[in-house]
Design a protein around this ligand. Sequence first.
Ligand code: 1GP
Length: 248
Amino acid sequence: MTEFSNSSDPLSPLDRWKTDIRKGKKQLAVLIDPDKCGEDVLPKLLSHLPDATTHIFVGGSSVAPGVTHDLIVAIKRLVNLPIWIFPGDAEQISPAADALLFLSLVSGDNPEYLIRQQERAAAQLQAIDLFTIATGYLLIDGGRDSAVAKVTKTLPLSLNDPDKIANRAMAALYMGAKSIYLEAGSGAKNPIPATVITRIKKQTELPLIVGGGLRETQQIESAWAAGADMVVIGTAIEEIITNNKIQN
Ligand code: 1GP
């Protein structure tokens, strides 16, 4: 692993992001799940990215080995946006990406997603050139069962205990996290509330990613206004394909 990204940007992906944060530039990441988006529909999907899109995230809860890499290579041929891996597990690492969110699921108590997957990832990262962003990943109750909870066999943090959410995020900071990801779960009924976003941003002062259940422009702008530095949308974009809204 080196400190440099694959792009021509002299700044690392993290330093670029922090610079943008200082300038007040909010980020929008579109999540592409290799399980739900094959290379056949990719050109149509990418041609319908929101204008505000700054990043592409690639990853899913259960993706077969090799699929993520091939999809990243295909995306790179079609768009000139930074591609960050948002991995469901260590099989989704690819040197073709610009950065890897090195996640630790600190909301849960399952060692598989606190250190074991990370151990597998570390074994691979020593042999490739991929920039990593250590990220404390917190699953918070979004009002609906989530794939993350199911796959990781962890419970989301309750909104009734905001101190616990804050303490888990602070624990991630003290363990060396460079960013925090507040996740309501893909397709969440209730996105992360503004009060939680504001508190976690204020307390950790780390670059903050927020996702899960965001589909309207107004919701995205509210998350940014509350303190999110980067907002992630997945389902809303996937529906462009599944609803056959894209014309040939
Ligand atoms: C899931 O936060 C992301 O990990 C995106 O969620 O699919 O609900 O947009 P949605």
